[in-house]
Design a protein around this ligand. Structure first.
Ligand code: SF4
Ligand code: SF4
Length: 460
């Protein structure tokens, strides 16, 4: 008999599922492909420091809740290899890559200063740079830095042409002699897949002007600018000169509910920062649903929404951007000037999702997401019994829906464990119902804090 649930994905959906499982008395093993858990959204949850230095934010309740929870095991730089067995009694194999930095790391940054290998920071949407030894943000779980061995000048084992980082590490935390890979085996009763999503490569926007001027940015880049721990401390300043924009145009060519949700969030944040003119250009023919959603955005935010085709951006001599498009509502060609243009990128299945589906023995949809089957509208099942999905791995959705799925998946997963192994003393309200429905919310302080934080983010 096992008391454990495996959760693949250490983003918000995965961590929320882990907390739900432990609240029900189970143990949660969280497997994350990247070097830290929390995902992109965790970065937005670092609270600005009381002394005003936004680069050193304070830890949020989410990280504390995870770190202090003895029933959550984190495996980072790790991927699911295989699942054998049946619901209630699976054997899972997880392959973990070496971090090359131990828990002795005190995050002193000495290594980062001397490392000669510079790369664009994936975490800052390429707006800043990182080194081969780095940490993605000012507070992480786990805490030690890590070495991206693909970028490092050293090629282990035993070939050490660089070593600058080791020479300045007073804490003796860097070890290139670690085993390159470790395979872990665990017994679990169920598996929850919550690996998240990735944003599309912006290369298709080159013909629209992306790359021709620094103030033409993607929505992923704007999002990072709008986040407190981001490179500008949370302000949408123009990359060309760091001045605040007076006018911003957001352009999207796929007015899906998810894309409109992101656009609405960014419009509200720009207006909160007193950007005088914010407008949205949708490069599509409106249908009833998208027209209504766009009109709702225009009415609530008090902005203009245009429907157009043949979009192009040209830098003009007076440092503004000239935007040309055909306005479908009046059937005429329009030229307008904006300080910044934001190109809205689509979301896609996360890197490695096909491999994960193969390892888990479940099916993908035609567009590459995890296929969901069965279920009753709240519980998210897959083509394999005992394996559940939560969040964007089954298709783009907002945070609120992802969290609802996390709760449902955790309830269904813990229902597959023998109730006798669940930790005594766990809140009875958190025990899964026999039919796999979402249990009543557990009103303890930590969860209330976490949910308030998440819903504040959703609604801002
Ligand atoms: S020098 Fe050593 S202790 Fe300091 S951040 Fe780098 S690995 Fe960590
Ligand atoms: S060995 Fe050199 S290249 Fe590799 S992480 Fe250390 S300083 Fe950077």
């Amino acid at each position: 008999m096992t008391d454990s649930i495996l959760i693949v994905g250490g983003g918000i959906a995965g961590l929320h599922a882990a907390l739900e499982c432990t609240n029900a008395g189970a143990r949660a093993i969280v497997v994350e492909r990247g070097p830290v858990v929390g995902g992109r959204l965790a970065a937005t949850m670092l609270e600005p420091s009381a002394i005003g230095d936004r680069s050193e934010g304070t830890r949020t309740p989410l990280f504390n809740a995870i770190q202090e929870n003895e029933n959550i095991e984190l495996l980072t730089l790790s991927e699911l290899e295989n699942i054998e067995g049946k619901p209630g009694n699976f054997t899972v194999s997880v392959r973990e890559q070496a971090r090359f930095v131990t828990d002795a790391c005190t995050r002193c940054k000495n290594c980062h200063t001397v490392c000669p290998q510079v790369r664009p920071s994936e975490f800052d949407a390429g707006l800043t740079h990182r080194k081969a030894i780095s940490t993605p943000m000012s507070d992480t779980l786990p805490e030690p830095y890590f070495i991206d061995i693909e970028d490092c000048l050293n090629t282990p084992p035993n070939y050490l042409p660089c070593n600058r980082c080791i020479e300045v590490c007073d804490d003796n935390a860097i070890h290139f002699d670690m085993a390159l890979e470790t395979v872990h085996q665990r017994q679990v009763g169920a598996v929850i897949l919550a690996p998240g999503f990735k944003t599309e490569d912006p290369s298709r926007f080159v013909e629209m002007g992306y790359g021709a001027h620094p103030d033409v940015v993607t929505s992923a880049e704007l999002q990072r600018l709008l986040e407190d721990p981001g490179p500008t401390g949370g302000y949408a300043s123009k990359p060309s000169n760091e001045e605040y924009p007076e006018s911003v145009l957001l352009v999207l060519d796929n007015p899906s509910p998810f894309a409109l949700y992101i656009v609405a969030s960014q419009v509200h944040q720009l207006l909160e920062q007193d950007v005088a003119k914010v407008a949205v250009l949708i490069l599509a023919q409106p249908n009833d649903e998208s027209r209504e959603a766009a009109q709702g955005l225009a009415d609530t935010a008090g902005i203009e929404v245009f429907w157009g085709t043949l979009f192009k951006v040209d830098p003009s001599e007076d440092a503004e951007l000239e935007v040309s498009y055909e306005d479908l509502t009046v059937n005429r060609f329009v030229r307008s000037a904006y300080d910044m243009v934001v190109l809205c990128v689509d979301v896609e299945p996360p890197v490695g999702l096909a491999r994960l589906a193969e390892a888990a023995g479940i099916e993908l949809t035609d567009n590459g997401y995890l296929a969901v089957s069965g279920g009753n509208g709240t519980v998210i099942g897959t083509s394999r019994d005992g394996v559940f999905v939560a969040g964007c791995a089954s298709g783009a959705k907002n945070i609120k829906s992802s969290l609802t799925e996390s709760q449902a998946a955790a309830a269904a997963a813990t229902a597959l464990l023998d109730p006798r192994v669940l930790e005594a003393g766990s809140d009875e309200a958190a025990q899964p119902a026999a039919d796999g429905q979402i249990p009543p919310a557990v009103q303890n302080d930590m969860r209330k804090q976490l949910e308030q934080l998440l819903y504040a983010l959703i609604n801002r």
